[in-house]
Design a protein around this ligand. Sequence first.
Ligand code: G4P
Length: 536
Amino acid sequence: MASAAGDSGPASIGEAAEKRRTFAIIAHPDAGKTTLTEKLLLMGGAIHLAGQVKAKGEGRRARSDWMKIEQSRGISVTTSVMTFEYRDVTFNLLDTPGHEDFSEDTYRTLTAVDSAIMVIDGAKGIEAQTRKLFEVCRLRDVPIITFINKMDREARDNFEILDEISEILALDTTPMSWPVGMGGIFRGCYDMREQKMMLFDGNKDSSELTDVIDAPVDDPKLDAALPADQLAQAREEMELVQAACPEFDLENYRAGHLTPVFFGSALRSFGIKQLLDAVVDFAPSPRPQPTDRREIEPDEKPVTGFVFKVQANMDPNHRDRIAFMRLCSGKFKRGLKMHQVRTGKSIGIYNPILFFAQSRELAEEAWPGDIIGVPNHGTLRVGDTLTEGENLRFTGIPNFAPEILRRVRLDDPMKAKHLKKALESLAEEGVTQVFRPMIGADWIVGVVGQLQIDVLATRIESEYGIKVGFEAAPFYSARWVDGDPAEMKRFLDRNQSSAAEDRDGAPVYMARNSWDLNRAIEDWPKLKFTATRERS
Ligand code: G4P
């Protein structure tokens, strides 16, 4: 049995909330997210051996078996949330699956965090997936701490990477540390916040960071420890960067306008402590959450929360689900009866789960910012709000424009009704989006990651006994259309072959290519074409 609050327990809801950091790591595949996660967990004492988050070598084969399970049952539960403690603060780290596992869940998870760490490969800069994930963060102005990774390898010019962050992401940058050298001649980083030089030793794991010179940047102690040319260059660069970048400003960071930047090497455990300290010192504790009525403050007494992810359970014989609920206010206690606002039903939460790196435990109590898993048989859906009675709905848990659209081909036409039911229920769960074209009888499904299609096919067959295939649809992307009803009708009438409805009947434009999409946006200035739509 577990309490996410530790043994003694906090004095008040506000105090417990203050001591929580609910965050995610966003990165392009291979930038080092798994390695960094592992090092954060090691530092938090949640695991004791490196290599447990992602098995190496031998484990690679295991990973593909595990993928098969994932494909038939959805995405892994155990890695979705990890809770650990550091400096008396409870960290809830939410996983944002990348690679083949990339799905709408990846995006939606970001609606449940208060801040994020953005990992950038120092040799590559901002890559496609970092950018997509960042854009989702920007929807809610989620504050971002940047970690430029792999400094132990040849990296790009540091100034270039900072420029890229400010130009591509429109974020101000404030370097908090500055590297001396890189690759084979990486000497360490100067911590500009604490005014000390952290020395890198290629032969050692740097997690202890014993080699620290506590000295201002121009102190001769540094001259004695570092090669003169490298130190001279780093000093010059630091002077330049301090003149070019704004000073760190907590408010600007928290408003999502400025990112503090750290350099390091996840693999060599270098710079991890500075990063975790920054999450403790700068990252916001649970923020007030918007609803359709008012903002909910975390220290309000009544318990509230919303479901951001629903996970099919591993047992194929049961339609068990685990709904991941982010608590937004109040002190949650096991057995609490909560009001499901969408249906008006009362739901007793008797077996809530807290997730640790290597175990799941029954949650006796939980606090704002915590994520609890609620086992259920399909009653809870993505986007659901639970309260202690108040009829309000958390907003900002959108559907995202699908990037892969497929036409569903049914082998047995007699099963059309069953298919409709299966697709609607999987759409409610958040596994896919479904669209009904204005012309033609076939359903179109939309996802943001290829694995979602595989999961969908397996589940339709195993859970509903329907064999389906997926054919390429001639569409590139979908946008929800909104605006003056008469103008919308004119637009949809003119574009019947590209018009569809989503599962709630909202009009959708399915563009054949990016040119069509841009043209529609230009030609119909009174209409809004949006890439997200609030779930109803
Ligand atoms: P991801 O989750 O973002 O996809 O990245 P992951 O941590 O799996 O890292 C991708 C590759 O980059 C791995 O190497 C990892 O060891 C390496 N890496 C991560 N951080 C650093 C770093 O700070 N310095 C260096 N030099 N390498 C780093 P791999 O060879 O692809 O895989 P593996 O066989 O080591 O697992």
